[in-house]
Design a protein around this ligand. Structure first.
Ligand code: DON
Length: 531
């Protein structure tokens, strides 16, 4: 089973399974196909995380971008102490890309080897060379970000036709990217981090006064991390440890909520939602203040993941009143929001599985296309606390632990997660796009299945809610939420903010002996498919 946000990406993964590849082969092929066919978020100019299970053993791969060597703590602060726009758009927003190193590491360590590296790239190369027919999802992805793409000549040349998004039904190719992918197919990491591709990237940096140098590309390494494992009501979760906050935050939410019996409260009843929001609020307060890159900061993980912490948090939850976020640690002035990322999941016939989330941060990242190389650079630097205590583009108010330093990885919310039952059998493969709403939407899907026994189709469709400590508001999807539920919660002290679409969270779930794949119903163009 393969599920992704893009029809072509899913089909490439499915074909790889059908022709004898394992879940890892399919994931690598899908990721490269997404870099061609879903360039809003699919990428080779960004980074991500993967949680993998092969032959029953779990692995976690970190291919997050790093701050360039020339980065400095206050690089996005102007002379008045205010945050500049540079962390969010343009070439200075880019961290050193990790995707190619990550996909190569996946292939090298866990690929079946029935498929060569070049075979995994072949579908993406063919797509980039021959092109594909533009569908509504592709057209819309560009239309919604057209101002950003118009601002950069190489992006305009690549993505726009006479200044507009390519028309639905027209053919779109990316020959520059095809050449880059051919070099990667031939030379592995060196096809990206050295030679002609690296020269194009560094030349772009020089032209536009960006920070990434050849030394940054030489220094980049994907890292295998110890997967974060914890339990929730008898199932085992395997998720991503720092520098993603995903696993730790998910664990904190689960640990707090294990002390409450949610099911008898009633699905999405005011009492149940209140309990969940308070667990999210407390877990995000700790996340925002304490988490960062483990290679740079010491984090109190034993404390945050321990029983005493969860007990203490639970004791402060009032049964029928919201706790104002200002009463919990961490402070600042939140604002803003902005999407996009992509998550996909694969399970093969041996129950090997890959949950992989990859991103440029926002749609088309920095907006800058590397001239002659056909790929967009990320704007991941905004995931740092550029001014600790001031909100980033997702409104996250984060602390010193996530301040900028050369070579450091910015804290992420990406939460690729595998769930296994008490018998050790795989139950669920999850993950999402949507900045901090990744963590909460993954929890909600998990809780829908585990606490409330919803089937997969219901679990991805039910209204989503999100609380991240600051701003002290609950985001929610209006469709399907009873007015009376909101009224009761408002009376308890909650403020709500409507959003028409929270997170893209495709899911694979085992129902009996059957794998069921659910594409994100909120996103145009997603697909689940089996060989
Ligand atoms: O790593 C992170 O947490 C963010 N860069 C993810 C960005 C994202 O999901 C954007 N989508 N809405």
């Amino acid at each position: 089973m393969v599920v992704s946000d893009n029809t072509i990406g899913t089909n490439v993964g499915r074909d790889m399974l059908a022709s004898g590849g394992n879940a890892v082969d399919a994931a690598v092929a899908t990721a490269f196909a997404l870099a061609v066919a879903y360039p809003t978020a699919g990428n080779i100019g960004g980074g991500g995380f993967a949680v993998v299970r092969v032959s029953g053993k779990a692995y976690a791969l970190d291919f997050r971008e790093t701050a360039p060597i020339a980065a400095a703590r206050d690089m996005y602060v102007d002379s008045n102490g205010k945050l500049t726009d540079d962390a969010r758009k343009g070439i200075k927003a880019s961290g050193v890309p990790g995707s190619v190193a990550g996909l190569y590491a996946l292939y090298e360590k866990l690929g079946s080897k029935k498929k060569s590296w070049a075979e995994l790239l072949a579908p993406a190369i063919a797509l980039a060379e021959a092109g594909f027919i533009v569908d509504e999802a592709f057209n819309r992805g560009i239309t919604e970000r057209i101002d950003r793409l118009r601002a950069y000549p190489a992006s305009t040349a690549l993505f726009l036709v006479k200044g507009e998004a390519p028309a639905v039904g027209s053919r779109w190719k990316n020959l520059d990217l095809a050449r880059v992918l051919r070099r990667i197919a031939e030379k592995g990491n060196d096809g990206f981090y050295k030679g002609e591709t690296a020269r194009a990237l560094v030349a772009q940096m020089k032209r536009d006064h960006g920070l990434i140098t050849q030394a940054d590309l030489d220094a980049y390494r994907a890292k295998w991390r110890e997967p974060l494992e914890f339990s929730y009501r008898g199932v085992k979760l395997t998720s991503m440890p720092p520098p993603s906050s995903g696993g730790v935050t998910l664990a904190m939410i689960c640990h707090i909520l294990e002390g409450f019996d949610l099911a008898p409260m009633g699905y999405q009843s005011p009492q149940e939602l209140h309990t969940v929001f308070e667990a999210m609020r407390r877990s995000f307060a700790a996340r925002n203040a304490k988490l960062g890159d483990p290679d740079f900061v010491k984090m109190p993980l034993d404390e945050l993941l321990g029983n005493a912490w969860a007990n203490d948090q639970r004791a402060t939850i009032h049964p029928d009143r919201a706790t104002p976020s200002t009463q919990l640690e961490s402070s600042g002035t939140p604002s803003g929001s902005g999407p996009h990322t992509t998550h996909f999941s694969v399970v093969d016939a041996e129950s090997n599985a890959v949950a992989l989330t990859t991103t440029l941060n926002w749609w088309y990242g920095s907006g800058v296309t590397v001239k002659g190389a056909g790929f967009v650079l990320n704007n991941e630097m905004d995931d740092f606390a550029a001014v600790p205590g001031t909100a980033n583009g997702f409104g996250l108010v984060q602390g010193e632990a996530n301040a900028i330093a050369p070579g450091k990885r910015m804290l992420s919310s990406m939460s690729p997660t595998l769930v296994t039952g008490p018998d050790g059998k795989l139950l669920l493969v999850a993950g999402a796009a949507g900045g901090p709403t990744i963590i909460t939407s993954v929890f909600e899907e998990l809780s829908s299945v585990i606490d409330f026994k919803l089937d997969g189709a219901a679990a991805v469709s039910v209204p989503r809610f999100h609380m991240q400590h600051l701003p002290d508001v609950v985001m929610y999807e209006k469709e399907g939420v009873a007015e009376s539920t909101l009224k009761s919660l408002e009376a308890m002290g909650y403020t709500f903010k409507e959003r028409d679409h929270i997170a893209d969270a495709p899911l694979i779930v085992r129902e009996g002996e059957q794998w069921v794949g659910l594409a994100e119903p909120r996103r145009l163009g997603g697909l689940a498919a089996t060989p």
